[in-house]
Design a protein around this ligand. Structure first.
Ligand SMILES: NC(=O)c1ccc[n+]([C@@H]2O[C@H](COP(=O)([O-])OP(=O)(O)OC[C@H]3O[C@@H](n4cnc5c(N)ncnc54)[C@H](O)[C@@H]3O)[C@@H](O)[C@H]2O)c1
Ligand SMILES: [Zn+2]
Length: 403
């Protein structure tokens, strides 16, 4: 890399190096009842740069949350959002009634939802100093994040994640995206949010499978970064399986913290290298999600991916014998199933379709294949190749354990 600002390579060729760095900063708040009138977390987050202004906001809400969710004091969620903006009308302006958008993978699979939302921003004259607030699961946040990032080349975006996975992982990070041509997150951008507000109360209405699904990311990040957190998860397995408030709150916060730390201090926040250190277990998970046409939730697929790569780590001589069993035991204790018939899918060439996930994982990142395995519980290790026969043995091991 050149160090001077100005190089003369040749009589007619000059290269002027353009260089600058942009610092990013955003609050990730943990609260309860964010829409209670006396709770100022959202208000303070929105007005933190210009406390005197009145801030224009448009709000998109996950329709699954609307169906399941309750607002404040018996009101509907939509009514509670409107009441909150009314109450704080000197600082906040709701430019349109809260807009319901399909939640789950549907919103990421059909591009017209992105355009519909952009149209709403256009109609409401949302400018670069206005706010796009998304309240919902990871899928809704990913789609609205893309809308916010691409409208006027970037409008302020506030996320209010409402699932375990979105609160402890996806919602606190810097990525958005939607699926295109059947490829997961094919169209998307790196775009840090303006603020993140995690309201523990939202998690209460989740279906049981969504309460559990997001815990896979906590197990994942504990396995590669924090052995003590893994032990904590084991000790609190019962409380987590029962979705007890305090245990869930701690799990969500610690997991979010570890993800935030990796983004800020891992040296590659926008993933320009070939490694994605936090994506342990994810190469198989992404493939299983698409093979099941998203009938498996992301977290459910990640749990299987974690188990597969734990067994592989043992077969590859990286992880001590028994580590795989211990990991599977915790996942099952939390409520995950570590087998799915999609693991047996045969592709057109007669091979196991899951294996294709490796190349697809490489292609999404570019560069050299880089997979994280485990060298111990709490320590990830990067490898650049995986042995197909050993992957198949790991799948067989999962089958035997499950049947
Ligand atoms: N951007 C990132 O860095 C990143 C990281 C990991 C995962 N993701 C993405 O996140 C998505 C998965 O997100 P998810 O696990 O949050 O699931 P999800 O967004 O698919 O939501 C699951 C279901 O829960 C409903 N729902 C949401 N909140 C609810 C609530 N409080 N009560 C009741 N129902 C509610 C939704 O309508 C949906 O039907 C995937 O698309 C995945 O690719 C993104
Ligand atoms: Zn994940």
């Amino acid at each position: 890399m050149a160090t001077s600002d100005h190089e003369v390579l040749h009589q007619d060729t000059r290269i002027h190096w353009q260089r600058f760095a942009v610092p990013f900063e955003y609050p990730v708040c943990f609260t309860r009842d964010a829409l209670a009138l006396e709770n100022h977390t959202l208000l303070d987050a929105v007005r933190r740069l210009e406390p005197e202004r009145r801030h224009r906001c448009i709000v998109f809400v996950d329709d699954g949350l609307l169906r399941a969710g309750k607002g404040q004091a018996g009101a509907s969620l939509t009514e509670s959002i409107a009441a909150y903006f009314n109450h704080h009308a000197t600082s906040l302006e709701l430019v349109a009634p809260p807009i319901s958008v399909p939640g789950g993978e549907k919103v990421k699979n059909e591009l017209h939802f992105v355009e519909d939302m952009q149209r709403r921003l256009f109609d409401s004259h949302i400018d670069r100093h206005a706010y796009v607030i998304a309240i919902g699961g990871g899928a809704l946040l990913d789609a609205v994040g893309l809308v916010a990032a691409t409208t006027h080349r970037g409008v302020r975006h506030v996320r209010m994640p409402t699932t375990v996975l979105a609160q402890n992982d996806s919602g606190v990070g810097v990525k958005n995206g939607v699926n295109l041509y059947g490829a997961k997150n094919f169209a998307g951008a790196f775009a840090p949010p303006f603020a993140v507000i995690n309201d523990a109360q939202f998690l209460r209405t989740l279906e049981r499978r969504d309460q559990i699904a997001g815990m896979a990311e906590a197990v994942k990040v504990a396995l590669i970064r924090d052995g003590a957190f893994f032990t904590w998860l084991e000790r609190h397995g019962d409380a987590l399986a029962l979705f007890e408030d305090d245990a869930v709150a701690h799990m969500v916060r610690r997991c979010a913290e570890l993800h935030m730390h990796q983004i800020a201090h891992g040296g590659d926040p926008f993933e320009s290298g070939s490694a994605r250190p936090l994506d342990y277990g994810h190469w198989a998970a992404h493939k299983l999600e698409s093979l099941t046409r998203h009938h498996l939730r992301h977290g459910e697929a990640v749990a299987i991916g974690i188990a597969l790569d734990a067994r592989y780590s043992v077969l590859a001589g990286q992880l001590a014998q028994g580590g795989d069993e211990r990991i599977c035991f915790l996942l099952e204790h939390l409520g995950f199933k570590l087998w799915h018939p999609a693991l047996d899918t045969v592709d057109s060439a007669g091979g196991n379709a899951v294996l294709k996930g490796l190349e697809e994982f490489r292609e999404h990142l570019g560069g050299e294949l880089t997979i994280t395995l485990l060298s111990s519980i709490g320590q990830g290790v990067e490898v650049h190749a995986m042995d197909e026969a050993m992957i198949m043995q790991s799948i067989e091991w999962l089958r035997r354990r499950a049947h």
